[in-house]
Design a protein around this ligand. Structure first.
Ligand SMILES: [Zn+2]
Length: 111
């Protein structure tokens, strides 16, 4: 399972803040956090396949950045392509070393 590069997450967070996202649109809570793991959205295709199987010809996969409200659980999803810069990869493998070591999203295995 992949996770976002920290530098990419920082850029997305800064961009969303510039756009005015500061509180949850549902409960107005200010406890928003950008989640480390991408949300994967399948568009088209046969509907059911394993994680490692290749996409069908008519299937596209979109990667979404999730911002979660810790008060009510509402998640806002943003198309990652919108925030991609050049050819820089947006994600890295979950067990890969990022450019910064340190605190992770926590939560342990699973998901
Ligand atoms: Zn909320």
């Amino acid at each position: 399972m992949a996770r976002w590069r920290r530098s990419f997450l920082r850029e997305v967070t800064a961009a969303l803040t510039r756009l005015g996202l500061s509180s949850c649109p549902v409960c107005d809570g200010g406890e928003l956090q950008v989640l480390a793991r991408p949300r994967v959205l399948h568009v088209g295709g046969r509907g059911a396949r394993g994680w490692l199987q290749p996409a069908a010809a008519d299937e596209t996969i979109e990667y979404l950045v999730a911002v979660r409200c810790y008060l009510c659980g509402h998640q806002l999803l943003f198309d990652a392509e919108q925030y991609r810069r050049g050819d820089e990869p947006m994600t890295i493998a979950a067990d890969a070393k990022d450019e910064e070591a340190g605190a992770d999203e926590g939560g342990g295995p699973g998901g």
